[in-house]
Write a protein that binds this ligand. Structure first.
Ligand SMILES: O=C(O)CCC(=O)C(=O)O
Ligand SMILES: [Fe+2]
Length: 209
């Protein structure tokens, strides 16, 4: 499928450029969870959006829910350990994240999950990325967002403090770290506003989904 995204809708530069990661700002969420945020990490991302939209083998997934098969409302593509990524700037992004977080994380980011939200009806429900080590141990999930802005919503698992919404725009980076996957949940809520397509790229460590 292709998405009708006009060039330079979002960005004034044509050149793909990853900024330095020293601009990352950390927010503690409590219970050992935190978020690192760097708005506008990748500049010139219009072309990347177009290439990913057109060349990634997007899959629609179906899932059993209450005895029925339902469409998962977004398109997906998963790049496992050792799989060539669909654009060289994603290799650069992953290498930069590895260099920045090496000491704190203690292992590299090895997989990339790509999600395509075609419009405001596409979404992902509340969940933690709790498959693998993240169910019991701290880890990091780094998300690069391109295309139309969508909110990443976060709430403590099992209720408690109020939830929060973090608008993720074109080229923005957010890293969910510490205990975030087991003590918090996240979601991309549906939007009733007219929103265009968004692609998110999630880098994870070995075995974590
Ligand atoms: O689209 C996003 O930024 C989040 C996706 C997500 O949480 C997931 O696929 O596990
Ligand atoms: Fe997730």
């Amino acid at each position: 499928m292709t998405a009708p995204l006009q060039g330079s809708l979002f960005d004034q530069t044509d050149e793909l450029l990853l900024g330095p990661l020293d601009g990352l700002r950390r927010t503690g969420l409590g219970s050992g969870a935190w978020l690192d945020l760097l708005p506008g990490w990748l500049r010139g991302a219009d072309a990347l959006f177009g290439e990913l939209a057109g060349s990634v083998p997007w899959r629609a997934e179906r899932r059993r829910m209450y005895e029925r098969e339902v469409d998962v409302p977004r398109l997906l593509s998963f790049y496992g350990e050792g799989d060539p990524l669909p654009h060289p700037v994603l290799d650069e992004a992953r290498a930069a994240l590895d260099a920045h977080y090496a000491d704190e994380l203690g292992e590299p980011f090895v997989t990339a999950g790509l999600c395509f939200y075609r419009d405001g009806r596409d979404s992902v429900a509340w969940h933690g990325d709790r498959t693998g080590r993240s169910a019991t141990q701290d880890t990091m999930v780094a998300i690069l967002s391109v295309g139309d802005p969508r909110d990443l919503a976060l709430r403590p698992r099992g209720g408690g403090a109020a939830s929060m919404r973090l608008p993720l725009g074109h080229g923005d980076l957010v890293v969910m770290g510490g205990s975030c996957q087991r003590t918090w949940e996240h979601a991309i809520p549906k939007s009733t506003r007219a929103v265009g397509p968004r692609i998110s790229i999630q880098f994870r460590t070995r075995g974590v989904r």
